[in-house]
Design a protein. Structure first.
Length: 88
């Protein structure tokens, strides 16, 4: 059986909240489980780089204690996606 890799469905650019250009990507995974694994890996990278766990980051971000830098916006979006996938 050949394992199907994630495919890029669409890619577009737009202006972020802070006025910086941000690229939006939609990635299609073979299953919600594969998506959960991929998002969890990305969260782990953010946590290592920022020396903070995702739950603490998300709380601080939502309270406005962190900036709207691209990395924080992407981390917040990945964490929201992670929470949605955990509900399934």
């Amino acid at each position: 059986m050949t394992r199907r890799l994630p495919t890029l469905v669409s890619s577009q650019e737009g202006m972020g909240i802070s006025g910086k250009m941000m690229r939006k990507q939609t990635i299609e995974y073979p299953s919600p489980f594969d998506a959960l694994i991929a998002v969890t890996k990305r969260l782990s990278i953010y946590e290592s780089q920022q020396q903070m766990d995702s739950e603490e980051f998300f709380d601080r971000y939502n309270r406005g204690k962190l900036s709207d830098d691209t990395v924080f916006v992407e981390w917040a979006n990945d964490y929201r996606h992670y929470l949605e996938l955990r509900q399934k």
